[in-house]
Design a protein around this ligand. Structure first.
Ligand SMILES: Nc1ncnc2c1ncn2[C@@H]1O[C@H](COP(=O)(O)OP(=O)(O)OP(=O)(O)O)[C@@H](O)[C@H]1O
Length: 307
């Protein structure tokens, strides 16, 4: 469905995409993961025909995106990671406006827009003003808008960003439903565990290059993926962070409320030493254990260490 060959994009002297390669087969939900600034939005905008690459090729269902923009746009629905401002526009009017861009008007447009709003659980919001809707509702409206022309490939840039846990679950359910209806979906996100549950395939991008891609099972079965150490705290978590940051065997740290995950290159004896050092520095731990490797630990391992 999507085939990207050696895509390169520079902004001035900065190389945002560096010979990027990527393939998505029909019916896949492909999770596009990478740290901030890795090049996800740039890639998605090029696929959607909104940005020109310097070199390389993008084929969508065999259509060359560079030479056949009109056909490309019929195949693709794009949901950006931001919304505009829509003064005095109600949700249904907003949808009908987008339908009209694709030449769908009148009763046909109304029927289609109500159907799509129903699909994204917004059927009771037809008369709500877009600017007054919650972020979750706006995201879902934006998703509905991207489907007015019944595209085969949906390109969704961080559709769950800024949503509360409940709204995230709702978005995930909607995306599963769209997948069941036969859509191929490319979705970017920072929320790795959620992607693992939702996606059939994952691609990890760093500094404009695809560093790893495959099915979720393939990626997790790669040999040498470190299993993370997860620790929980009752107090003084910051005292543990001080110790972890100074230890060269700690490859990466993810800090959450009351818990920390690390990639640790040491053996058991060194684990014992670091545990003792954290306690010695005043951290109060309630647990400290190696866990099975998961997408998050893999991501920590293969992308560059970041604060
Ligand atoms: N118009 C632009 N001019 C100059 N640099 C840009 C421009 N657009 C993006 N960049 C840079 O290109 C790099 C890739 O940006 P991009 O938005 O594609 O990354 P991303 O992976 O989507 O990041 P994020 O997760 O933060 O949205 C970043 O370093 C960004 O600062």
């Amino acid at each position: 469905m999507l085939n990207i060959k050696n895509l390169t994009k520079t902004y001035g002297k900065f190389i945002a995409l560096d010979n990027l390669k990527m393939e998505i087969k029909k019916g896949e939900i492909f999770g596009f993961v990478g740290p901030n600034g890795a090049g996800k939005t740039t890639t998605m905008r090029i696929i959607a025909g909104l940005l020109k690459s310097d070199s390389g090729e993008v084929f969508v269902d065999g259509i060359n995106a560079r030479t056949n923009l009109k056909e490309l746009k019929n195949k693709i629905g794009y949901m950006p990671d931001f919304f505009g401002v829509y003064d005095n526009l109600k949700a249904l009017e907003y949808m009908e406006f987008y339908a009209s861009i694709y030449g769908i008007t009148g009763n046909k447009a109304r029927r289609l827009c109500l159907e799509l709003m129903d699909l994204v659980r917004l059927s009771d919001q037809a008369d709500s003003y877009v600017d007054e809707m919650s972020r979750g509702m706006k995201q879902r409206l934006c998703l509905a808008r991207s489907m007015v022309h019944d595209p085969e490939l949906l390109i969704l840039d961080e559709p769950a960003s800024g949503l509360d846990p409940r709204a995230r679950v709702e978005m995930k359910e909607i995306l599963r439903e769209l997948h069941d209806k036969g859509k191929t979906i490319l979705i970017s996100s920072h929320i790795l565990p959620e992607l693992a549950q939702l996606c059939s395939n994952i691609g990890i991008i760093e500094k404009g290059k695809m560093v790893l891609s495959g099915t979720v099972e393939e990626i997790l079965s790669i040999r040498g993926v470190a299993s993370p150490i997860v620790m929980k705290f009752t107090a003084n978590q910051e005292k543990a962070v001080e110790v972890l940051k100074q230890n060269p065997l700690v490859q990466n740290i993810i800090i959450r409320d009351n818990s920390i995950s690390i990639l640790f290159k040491g053996k058991e004896a060194e684990e014992a030493n670091i545990l003792a050092a954290m306690i010695g520095n005043g951290a109060l731990l309630s647990s400290f254990a190696r866990e099975e490797s998961n997408l998050e630990s893999l991501f920590m391992q293969i992308t560059t260490k970041e604060e």
